[in-house]
Design a protein around this ligand. Structure first.
Ligand code: RI2
Length: 320
């Protein structure tokens, strides 16, 4: 089944990157809606809810995933028959995928303007939209040089340096712990985001907060590239972003770990960079200071507190 297949690929990180997993989930929901045979609308809804739950459960941190699923599932709407509901899902999924690709192009265009001729840029992990800004600056004729980290334990830095190399950008590959050694050469840090909370904190690949802290200490600006669907609506009602902790054997082979009974390997995949370490978040709606995250949630995701209130009433079964 396409949904379980996509879910497996997201879990194992064969499909990774907050934007890519969101688009893959939208595509899987669309295919699933097209494959449901039952003419019964109740059964259709149940089947779609089950698929949505499987996809959302794959990786807990990147908010782009539940946001995309929510947007696509809204397509079922009040659909009174299966054909209406199916069309709604297909249209929403296609719309989400197209607007996600459009957002990436806009962010590249806006972000590139913050990169000056001669800049040395540091990036951490592998973010499609952060790299989009860097590549666009290079394409527009700016002479830039990039420092890219390795990104233990999954080595996403290898993907980053290949992309930069293929774009013809002069790149230095460094281990994660070398950031402070190079920070005085750097003019700008550019990273992506898995989630942005209502107080403007950015959740991104583990190590991002150390990079940002080092940058702030060295008076280097930190730019975050993030589509609006990476902002986390439920943080408005106090929900915290769950930080995914992945298996220890991504860090230390089991054969070694089992010889060390007193050692526990900890492998959080993400960390949280506070708003005060970030200069700007570049979205497809333009650049904002992180403190304006609430406006994005309210204006562009369109999820006001009323919607959560409805959720709360449904979950609690009564209205306060
Ligand atoms: P784009 C990735 O997570 C990285 O943390 C990256 O910075 C972020 O998603 C955003 O990526 P992972 O899937 O959406 O590698 O900008 O754990 O591509």
């Amino acid at each position: 089944m396409i949904v379980t297949d996509t879910a497996e690929k997201i879990k194992s990180m064969e499909i990774r990157g907050a934007g890519r997993i969101a688009r893959a989930a939208a595509e899987a929901l669309k295919d699933h809606a097209l494959s449901i045979q039952s003419p019964d609308i109740v059964a259709f809804r149940q089947e779609m809810d089950r698929a949505a739950a499987i996809l959302v459960a794959t990786r807990p941190t990147a908010v782009s995933l539940p946001n995309a699923v929510h947007m696509v599932m809204n397509g079922i709407g009040q659909g009174k028959n299966v054909e209406e509901a199916r069309t709604g899902v297909v249209e929403r999924a296609e719309h989400f995928i197209q607007s996600s690709q459009h957002a990436a192009r806009k962010i590249a265009e806006f972000g590139a303007r913050h990169i000056r001729d001669g800049d040395k840029i540091l990036t951490h992990c592998n973010s499609e939209v952060a790299l989009g800004c860097i590549i666009e600056a290079h394409r527009s004729g700016k002479d830039i040089e990039v420092f890219a980290t390795e990104v233990r334990p999954r080595n996403q830095g290898h993907i980053t340096i290949r992309t930069l190399n293929d774009a013809g950008i002069k790149t230095n590959f460094i281990v994660d712990s070398a950031v402070r050694s190079f920070i005085n050469k750097i003019d700008l840090v550019v990273v992506g985001a898995d989630a942005v909370t209502v107080n403007g904190a950015v959740v991104n690949k583990i190590g991002t907060s150390q990079v940002a802290h080092t940058a702030v200490e060295a008076r280097v600006n930190v730019l975050v590239a993030a589509e609006t669907y990476k902002f986390a609506p439920r943080t408005v009602i106090g929900e915290l972003i769950q930080i995914e902790e992945r298996p220890g054997n991504e860090v230390l082979p089991d054969a070694i770990a089992k010889t060390l009974p007193h050692v526990t390997v900890r492998n959080p995949a993400f960390d949280i960079t506070p708003a005060e370490y970030i200069d700007l978040i570049v979205t497809e709606q333009g650049a904002i200071p992180p403190q304006m995250a609430y406006v994005i949630i309210r204006e562009y995701l369109g999820w006001g507190i009323e919607e959560f209130h409805k959720d709360l009433v449904l979950n609690n079964g009564h209205e306060e």
